[in-house]
Design a protein around this ligand. Structure first.
Ligand code: TYD
Ligand code: MG
Length: 450
């Protein structure tokens, strides 16, 4: 091994130091500086000079490879790109290994696929494959953690390589233990290099920290081409695959799966899924017509407002942003004179989905008002619109698609921003309630408080 020198690195942000510190000066975290041994082996392998090429020499069309698992291909932007590296993060037990084993099995019908596990034994994986009915597929399996050995064993004709997980790998160039910042980075570097030189597509499984970010250095997410998160709620069989970065496709695209006895199954009509079975009108429930990634999706906002016995009343959200809830409550109080100061407020997006769109504001406000007054909003009504700090209802993007999805699922009344322009004539069966301010919304639906 080449001459090495002592280095210290922050395991949270990757900042480098020459001496140990109790607190990282870059990110401010305590007890996160660890020692690593740097070597100059990486740079020693370099070429003597580089070659230039013209931009026009690039191939016109990327030849994407489809797994035929519809939701997976959709999240990648229409199939996997050769030579790309895709990082998949998610909580333990959410189904990352299951998903990638199914994807490998599906891809192995047309392509050569290698599945490397550093976490489970070959027997465990074979048992799972049996359960997923993937036992007879052409996937080549190995249990190995040395990245050098993995790359040397692969050759040039591997189309897909799955590595489960990047935190279990170690590179002999770096002397720290697997899972540390320097190891994760060195192993990712070698695998990315492998993907770029051979044209293989590499899937890396990444563990997440308790805050939900992919463990290891943030630079890992910068290094790879695509970052996907696999999410879902415990006790709920639905799983959501979300792209947060994609150099070869749209980001914020969603793929929706259901975990069944025989593995993950693509969900064909997600809007139906996120609406609970609603046989009667109930106070506090309002449907929001949202856009997630490239497609519209209807979800239900549910609110509960109850008398508070705390000095500072409770505010709890699931699937939405707590700060957004504070803002909406403040606007309702100052613009509509409806106070929640002596009430506990709970707001929930049904079905385990996390909504980040501001267009959900109006549905959230309506569900709060309905829960507070005890008056239900018709289950044939859905809403979308952003609420501004002055109480105005602001227009949102892709209105026509939202309306179309709502109409398709049988909604007859749509509450939407007055300023949104779209072709109404295309929806003769829908009653549009256009609103400019939150006060107008109150008048329109009559959920004002006594
Ligand atoms: P796994 O893929 O091991 O999760 P991860 O790699 O993200 O840690 O998923 C394990 C969970 O999935 C486990 O709780 C059992 C469940 N599961 C099913 O419900 N059906 C199946 O067919 C399989 C293979 C797993
Ligand atoms: Mg796993």
């Amino acid at each position: 091994m080449a001459k090495s020198e002592k280095m210290f690195r922050c395991s949270e942000c990757g900042a480098k130091y020459h001496k140990w510190l109790g607190k990282c000066e870059d990110c401010g975290q305590w007890n996160c500086i660890i020692e690593e041994i740097q070597t100059d082996s990486f740079s020693a392998a370099g070429k003597s000079a580089m070659e230039f090429r013209a931009l026009s020499l690039f191939q016109e069309k990327i030849d994407r490879k489809l797994s035929d698992i519809g939701e997976f291909d959709r999240v990648l932007g229409g199939g996997a790109v050769p030579g790309s590296v895709i990082l998949i993060g998610g909580d333990p037990g959410i189904g990352k290994s299951t998903l990638l084993l199914q994807v490998s099995a599906a891809l192995s019908q047309d392509y050569s696929c290698v599945y490397i596990s550093g976490e489970e034994s070959a027997e465990q994986i074979c048992m799972r494959a049996e359960r997923l009915e993937a036992g007879n597929s052409g996937v080549k399996l190995a249990c190995e953690t040395d990245v050098g050995v993995i790359i040397r064993s692969l050759g040039n004709d591997v189309d897909f390589l799955v590595v489960d997980s990047i935190q279990t790998l170690r590179s002999s160039f770096v002397e720290s233990i697997p899972g540390t910042v320097s190891q994760v980075r060195a192993c990712a570097y070698e695998l990315i290099n492998f993907a770029k030189t051979t044209g293989s597509t590499v899937f890396l499984v990444g563990h997440v920290t308790k805050d939900g970010a992919i463990a290891g250095p943030k630079v890992l997410e910068h290094m790879v081409d695509t970052v996907l998160y696999f999410e879902g709620e415990r006790g709920n069989s639905y799983r959501i695959l979300r792209s947060v970065k994609n150099r070869y496709g749209p980001c914020d695209e969603l793929g929706i799966f259901e975990m069944q006895q025989r593995g993950l199954v693509s969900v064909q009509n997600p809007s139906v899924l996120f609406l609970t079975q609603r046989d009667e009108d109930v106070p506090g429930s309002v449907v929001f017509s949202g856009i997630e990634g490239s497609r519209p999706l209807l979800v239900e906002a549910q609110a509960l407002v109850s008398k508070s016995y705390f000095t500072s009343p409770r505010r709890t959200v699931v699937g939405w942003d707590l700060n957004r809830l504070f803002t909406i409550l403040a606007v309702l109080e100052s613009k509509c004179r409806i106070s929640f100061s002596d009430r506990d407020v709970y707001l929930n997006i049904a079905g385990g989905l996390k909504i980040s769109e501001p267009a959900c504001d109006l549905a959230a406000a309506l569900s709060l008002l309905s829960a507070r007054s005890g008056k239900a909003i018709s289950r044939e009504t859905c809403a979308f619109g952003e609420i501004g700090l002055t109480g105005e209802i602001r227009s949102v993007a892709r209105c026509q698609e939202r309306v179309k999805e709502a109409e398709k699922l049988g909604f007859r009344n749509i509450i939407l921003p007055h300023s949104n322009r779209f072709h109404r004539g295309a929806f003769p069966s829908v009653n549009f309630i256009e609103v400019k301010t939150l006060m107008e919304v109150l008048e329109a639906v009559g959920t004002g408080c006594p």
